[in-house]
Design a protein around this ligand. Structure first.
Ligand code: GUN
Length: 291
């Protein structure tokens, strides 16, 4: 058997296209464009690449991009002062502070300062709480993109057995919450999980977000399972995922490649969250299911 390859690049292009159309309509109604502010502290090359592509994608989707590049020795107080300014700026609908931050800045102090209704990354504890309790809020972009790919592939995940590997606040925990809300039966596995292959063997859906190259083996999988690989690991062999792709592709029913799977969906979902924020902030109605 050979798995279908889930084309995240194509799905992301379709989503960006729809967001762009809605953003143009928003501008017509609200008399201004939706705006996303991205803050980069320091000069980590990978972060600089992400921030540049976020800026380009924002403009391409008919939104305004505000970029703030601060030196690596910026103080926590100065960064928080910038967040306060962006919170108060009516042209800014969404705020994203690129992670990781320099070590002398406490991530939590900054992320909790962002107005939860501008928190398009969905990292604020208020939004984590909204997700956990079924309230409207912002969902972190990577797990949101994973769920969209799963729904494209499977239609409905209700009643499916899902194993999420990795319990980070950015991916694993919100992924488990989203799948739970979508009525899947969810196991959240992590580094202390006993007999991980035994859990994976029962899963209709496997989401791998551990950050270890080729960690999930093809022989662990239930034949026909849908596999979502969130890993982006730089190795001597180039960019590889958390799943042993070649081994998994001969057992799975469908699988995301790395690159070209989950990655492109993350920025598309960021634009989607910004569009939703703009409508809320401007008091303009939006049918979220239509996006
Ligand atoms: N660094 C890596 N991924 C992300 C993300 O999704 N959001 C932010 N803010 N920083 C990141």
């Amino acid at each position: 058997m050979s798995a279908r390859i889930i084309d995240g690049k194509a799905a992301a292009a379709r989503l960006r296209e729809r967001v762009g159309e809605f953003a143009a309509a928003f501008e017509g109604t609200a008399g201004r464009k939706a705006g996303l502010a991205v803050v980069l502290v320091g000069d980590d090359p990978a972060s600089a690449v992400y921030v540049r592509s976020k800026g380009k994608a924002t403009l391409a989707a008919n939104m305004t991009s505000f970029e703030h590049r601060l030196p690596a020795d910026t103080t926590e107080d100065a960064l928080i002062a910038l967040v306060d300014t962006l919170n108060a700026d009516p042209a800014v609908d969404g705020i994203l502070v690129q992670l990781p931050l320099p070590r002398h800045i406490r991530e939590a102090a900054v992320l909790t300062r962002i107005d939860p209704d501008k928190d398009v990354d969905g990292f604020h504890p208020v939004n984590a709480g909204r997700l956990a309790t079924g309230l409207n809020g912002f969902v972190p972009c990577t797990p949101l993109g994973c769920l969209m790919l799963l729904k494209d592939e499977l239609g409905d995940v209700s009643g499916k057995d899902a194993v999420v590997i990795g319990r980070s606040n950015i991916v694993g925990k919100p992924m488990a919450a989203l799948l739970t809300a979508a009525s899947a039966t969810v196991t959240l596995a992590h580094s202390r999980t006993r007999d991980l292959p035994g859990h994976v063997a029962r899963a209709d859906i496997v989401v791998a977000a551990v950050g270890i190259p080729h960690f999930v083996k093809g022989e662990w999988l239930k034949p026909g399972a849908t596999v979502i690989d969130v890993g982006i690991n730089r190795t001597d062999d180039g960019l590889v995922g958390d799943v042993d792709f070649n081994g998994a592709a001969s057992v799975a029913g469908a699988i995301t490649p790395v690159p070209g799977g989950v990655g492109p969906m993350t920025i598309a979902c960021l634009l989607r969250n910004t569009l939703v924020a703009a409508h809320r902030n401007a008091g303009v109605a939006l049918d979220k299911d239509a996006i």
